[in-house]
Design a protein around this ligand. Structure first.
Ligand code: HEC
Ligand code: HEC
Length: 273
């Protein structure tokens, strides 16, 4: 009798173990698939542009070491322009100008005038022309990235400038990507990256303005906190959302919300994988 009961328990134990192992294997297989879907949902022109820029060598010239501009004797202003330095107006004024730099290495007007063409040909460093080696979509992504880096034709204009400024001042963009474009690495998290404000994942994490407030004030969402899978990954992620209760008031969070809404209205998320 006794040994029969023991055997039954041992069999049940083995079955449970097998079931747990199978569930573990399933989860292991599902995680890469989930990551792939989340990443696809996160993608947007600025994020794609920033990744492409990294592969095309743009940071070497435009995001120099310790922010010291590379000298460029013979060029118009004597150095290679550093991005985010606020000096784009010395080179152009619109997205269209940015596109011409990327496609042709300089605006058409510089290339068409003999004296500026001569200067370009004699300066130490020259912007490469990327037009012939990239597709139109790739150029469009680079234009989107370079435009936000240079602050050209910002989405929403003056009406949402206060929110944009707050996001810059409080370091939100170091984690959430320039203009909330997301995608920065976050090992241990479910997606493997920090979500931004424009991609398709935002809507799952932020249902409405109240939840947005909660994220910023407390660094969490009480709705998501109830989910054990979410908690599992939150405990493991290396980068977590800080709480800003001591730094930001209700009105400032309202400004941030209006800016994020403007970004989302302009940037149709590429949510379909
Ligand atoms: C070898 C260095 C070099 C590389 C690589 C390079 N550029 Fe440039 N870029 C320049 C120089 C130099 C200028 C300034 C124009 C001049 O003086 O001829 C410039 C100007 C620009 C401008 C206009 C000026 C400004 O301040 O915004 C944009 C936009 C730009 N580059 C984007 C890019 C992008 C995007 C990439 C990568 C796809 C890239 N550049 C790669 C050297 C480079
Ligand atoms: C140290 C990095 C870091 C900083 C700085 C930071 N966040 Fe976050 N934020 C995160 C992480 C990580 C998450 C968690 C996402 C998750 O768990 O899925 C998050 C989540 C959020 C969310 C909800 C999810 C989403 O898609 O956006 C919002 C909204 C948010 N942060 C806004 C802000 C704002 C506004 C600031 C600046 C006042 C800011 N964050 C500063 C890392 C950061």
């Amino acid at each position: 009798m006794k040994s029969k009961g023991l055997r039954a328990r041992a069999t049940r134990g083995r079955r449970l173990l097998l079931a747990a192992a199978a569930a573990g294997l399933l989860a292991l297989a599902a995680l890469p698939a989930a990551r792939w879907i989340l990443w696809r949902r996160e993608l947007n022109p600025v994020l794609r542009g920033s990744l492409l820029a990294g592969r095309q060598g743009c940071p070497a010239c435009h995001l120099p070491y310790r922010a010291v501009e590379i000298s460029n004797p013979g060029s118009r202003w004597g150095s290679v322009p550093r991005f985010q330095a606020g000096n784009f107006m010395m080179y152009g004024e619109s997205r269209r100008d940015i596109e011409e730099f990327i496609r042709f290495g300089a605006p058409r007007s510089w290339l068409d005038a003999p004296e500026t063409l001569e200067r370009l040909e004699s300066q130490r460093l020259r912007m490469p022309a990327y037009g012939s080696s990239l597709s139109d979509d790739q150029v469009a992504d680079l234009v989107a990235w370079a435009s936000v880096m240079e602050g050209i034709e910002p989405v929403g204009g003056e009406a949402v400038a206060a929110g944009r400024q707050l996001a810059r001042e409080h370091g939100c963009l170091s984690c959430h990507g320039i203009e909330g474009s997301g995608g920065l690495p976050n090992p241990g998290s479910l997606g493997g990256f920090v979500p931004g404000f424009v991609g398709g994942n935002f809507a799952d994490l932020v249902r409405d303005e109240d939840e947005f407030r909660e994220w910023i004030l407390d660094g969490t969402s009480s709705r998501l906190e109830r989910n054990p899978v979410v908690r599992f990954f939150w405990r493991r992620q290396k980068v977590a959302m800080p709480a800003y209760r001591d730094d930001l008031d209700g009105q400032q969070i309202g400004e941030l919300w209006r800016w994020v809404q403007a970004l989302r209205a302009a940037e149709r998320p590429t949510s379909e994988p």
